[in-house]
Design a protein around this ligand. Structure first.
Ligand SMILES: [Zn+2]
Length: 70
């Protein structure tokens, strides 16, 4: 299996600010404060982390088909 992509670009739904973030491989990032407007992002219903909801790349556990919450 290919190595998971670890950089995801988060896009804030409030202000459109984009930020490249390195994702931890062993944990999901549940909250993230937008550097643009300061809003606290949290996952949409059904998503395990902010990368799955707002990032260009889902989190590593999802990429590997083994979500940490499942
Ligand atoms: Zn924002």
């Amino acid at each position: 299996m290919a190595d998971p992509i670890l950089i995801s670009r988060l896009r804030c739904p409030e202000c459109g600010h984009e930020e490249d973030m390195e994702m931890p491989t062993n944990a999901c990032l549940f909250f993230h404060n937008c550097a643009g407007c300061g809003v606290r992002l949290q996952p949409l219903q059904g998503d395990c982390c902010v990368f799955c909801s707002y990032g260009t790349v889902p989190c590593p556990p999802i990429q590997e088909g083994d979500c940490c919450h499942g």
